[in-house]
Write a protein that binds this ligand. Sequence first.
Ligand code: AMP
Ligand code: MG
Length: 341
Amino acid sequence: MRISWPKTAVLCLLVIVLLSSCKSAPKEVQRTEFLMDTAITITAYGDKAEQAVESAFVEMKRVADLMNANDPNSEVALINKNAGIKPIKVSSDTFELLERCQWYSELSGGAFDVTVRPLVELWAIGKKDKYVPTDEEIQQVLKLVDYRKIELDPKEKTVFLPVPDMGIDLGGVAKGYGADRARNILKKQGVHSALIAAGGNIWTVGQRPDGKKWRIGIRHPRQETGDELLGVLSCQDLAVVTSGDYERYFVKDGVRYHHIFDPYTGFPAQSLVSVTIVSTDSAEADILSTAVFVLGVEKGLALTDQLDNVGTIVMTPELKVFTAGSYLSELELMHEKGENR
Ligand code: AMP
Ligand code: MG
């Protein structure tokens, strides 16, 4: 059958309309909430984004309510309040995360240690005014820092800190864990493109809505404005987690005192200024970013070398960059690489 010109024109128009509707940008939903002492932003794309982002925040709030030691009603606060008194029954989330923390504490030789709470409270970085504790105060508090003393009962799902004044602080892992949970919910609810930014914890879900990889900028640790970058990593379906000495700190007599503590000395770790870990598990990446920060270049990279599928980017106080491991083939560095580890 011959199609007359007007009919062809109508058909063409229809095809153009259909094609343009296919190409129109997917719906973007962006929401920010303040949880775990951090502004958390989720940006998600597609028809299911609205509901999925809502559910992801409900889940992150649940995790924050369990694990924020600064919230007197959290499970962690309850464990701490009962140190030296009695074991506390906890959720599977808290119990299993503490088990994982113990594993990484062993692996890192105690560089990552969630019993740093008494050190966190003594220094109170950002709360007290440029306060450097005395050696005596630090030695006193260090007696309470030892992950091996945490008693975990897998049958009863209880946690016990056997020494009074001991305390757990999940500040080095809870945001990463929360981001993993949020990411799983977005995926389960049909979101194929999203970005979760929880402080230094980033989850790239799928690709960007234009089908390209996400480009994640790693902040240069010595740029106060945050404009200059250490590097940019193109990636998808990966967690990119950074620990830096620029988040919470003060400078006294030329020394920068910040919030990541070396559990051996009781002082803020001084060997590195920034550590980024890339992994498919942001709780793992969060733990490792803190652990490597404490360990320094040599021991830190030796630690991540032992693990499969982890990428590591570190910067020394001399502003030299070292990289190792997986997922870094599309890393653009804006800074000089160091030569020997
Ligand atoms: P992040 O920014 O992920 O490196 O975590 C830093 C937070 O982890 C601090 O604010 C403390 O709450 C906690 N923290 C500090 N030092 C350690 C450590 N050596 N091991 C485990 N957690 C730590
Ligand atoms: Mg961490």
